[in-house]
Design a protein around this ligand. Structure first.
Ligand SMILES: Nc1nc2c(ncn2[C@@H]2O[C@H](COP(=O)(O)OP(=O)(O)O)[C@@H](O)[C@H]2O)c(=O)[nH]1
Ligand SMILES: [Mg+2]
Length: 454
């Protein structure tokens, strides 16, 4: 689902009606009744800025590109930003033209633009080079393009770049193994074991992986080291379970974020809230980390920036009470999604686990089905610690999904394989940087390809 309650997808449909110019597309509620069906897409004259930035030639080029056989976000973005130097009326007029061409309801188009304006101002993104990727990500989510070929390629590139160090560490040893002419003998398996341990997969997961690889090699009839790469690739691609889509009988959907301090819980909440908002959902963030006033404050700032509601109580309040009251507020306010932040002080391990269990119980009682997801955030740079944290939280609370942050630039990305093998938990998102756009859905197959290199 995208930001717009209605958009006409002109690209890639292959149907002839859609292959007509969007000018001829049927107009519905978003257009005044008096608009002739063959009129050009127009925003209301009050908002239109004609002139050099919105020429007929430019309109024709964008329109032609929209009618292409696939979504070409880079091309659309290039056209939108061509000759534009800052986030100003000229850019908004072009965005209006784009949204009108796609038949997006005018009110929602204006909301998108207002939202973007607020963001660029709050984040001080005055110049095109500062906000280009931000605008791209917003359009991707708003128009539901994340699964499209071009964007998948873009995420894959980021993932590959993020995994460069892990890949180096792993493939330098694997390269020697796979490059050999020998059989899959004891020396080969020992070398493999060492490479996995080096990549932070953990001892237990390494043993399980080796057993699976022996089976797979037999099944695939691979006996030579030179062909083992195929075996490993296939094993990794098949490894990752998909996250389940939770059934939400009555809204709001409630997601509880857990994990130790510093792994990226709060910023991940901001990123998830931002995504959900740009997919058209109404989001409430609940400040369940009441241990420090600064944590509450940090969340309030994020909520404001990403356009989410915030529910918070004073420092030192009972986090279970925050959870309870936040659900009340969400039900009354018609929210679709509640993201609950929690504390992560591991110094007081038993207290923390007790506190989290209590929050979970309160949620279950207050709102049947909640928490619909318990998401554990782990930090890839901590390597083996991420493995032990997963064990601890999963055993004490029950984890549904994992978000792996800070995968950008770490050499310990192999931990993801270890966590998956040891706990069989799905990884729903990976953090590839500090920007909002750097939290992306995890695709196991892409991860495997990025890790092994192509
Ligand atoms: N490089 C990078 N930094 C991240 C990522 N996710 C979070 N961070 C940073 O990690 C730090 C701690 O994040 P925070 O959300 O406060 O952690 P919390 O204590 O778990 O709530 C912040 O500086 C974030 O910007 C990521 O995917 N990549
Ligand atoms: Mg925090």
């Amino acid at each position: 689902m995208g930001f717009f309650s209605k958009v006409k997808k002109l690209w890639g449909s292959g149907d002839t009606a859609a292959a007509q110019a969007p000018e001829a597309a049927e107009r519905q509620d978003s257009q005044p009744a008096a608009t002739p069906p063959d009129a050009e897409p127009q925003a209301s004259p009050r908002q239109e800025t004609p002139g050099p930035m919105l020429t007929d030639e430019w309109k024709a080029r964008l329109t032609a590109s929209l009618k292409g056989s696939r979504a070409r976000i880079a091309e659309w973005l290039g056209l939108l930003l061509d000759g534009i130097s800052s986030a100003d009326e000229a850019l908004y007029a072009r965005l209006r033209f784009l949204f009108t061409a796609l038949d997006a309801p005018q009110e929602e188009a204006e909301r998108f633009i207002a939202d973007f304006t607020t963001w660029t101002q709050a984040m001080n993104l005055a110049k095109v080079e500062d906000f280009r990727s931000e605008l791209r990500y917003r359009l991707i989510l708003a128009l539901d393009l994340e699964e499209e070929e071009e964007e998948r390629g873009n995420i894959f590139k980021k993932l590959t770049a993020g995994l460069a160090k892990t890949r180096e560490r792993m493939t330098s040893s694997l390269g020697a193994l796979f490059g050999g002419q020998g059989e899959l003998d004891d020396a080969f398996w020992e070398g493999l074991e060492e490479a996995f341990i080096m990549a932070d997969m953990g001892a237990e997961a390494t043993q399980k992986l080796l057993v699976n690889l022996r089976k797979r090699a037999r099944a695939m009839g691979v006996t030579q080291a030179a062909r083992f790469r195929e075996v490993l690739g296939a094993e990794l691609e098949a490894l990752f379970p998909l996250p389940k889509k939770p059934k939400v009988e009555t809204p709001p959907e409630v997601v509880m974020m857990i994990g130790v301090n510093g792994v990226g819980k709060t910023t991940t909440i901001a990123k998830l809230a931002y995504r959900a908002r740009l997919q058209g959902r109404k989001v409430l963030i609940a400040a369940g980390d009441t241990f420090r006033a600064a944590a509450i404050n940090q969340l309030e700032v994020w909520a404001e920036r990403v356009g989410a509601g915030i529910f918070s109580k004073s420092e030192g309040s009972d986090p279970a009470a925050v959870a309870f009251e936040a659900i009340d507020a969400a039900q009354k306010g018609g929210y679709d999604l509640v993201l609950l932040d929690t504390a992560g002080r591991l110094q007081t391990k038993t207290n923390l686990m007790e506190e989290l269990r209590k929050i979970k119980r309160v949620l279950e009682k207050k709102h049947p089905g909640a928490p619909h997801k318990c998401m554990l955030v782990i930090d890839a740079t901590t390597g083996q610690n991420a493995l032990s944290q997963t064990k601890l939280f999963h055993e004490a609370i029950g984890v549904d999904e994992i978000v792996l942050t800070k995968l950008d630039g770490t050499a310990k990305g192999g931990v993801i394989v270890g966590v998956t093998i040891s706990h069989k938990l799905p990884i729903s998102f990976v953090g590839l940087g500090e920007k909002m756009e750097d939290l992306r859905p995890f695709v196991g197959e892409d991860f495997a390809r990025a890790l092994l290199g192509e």
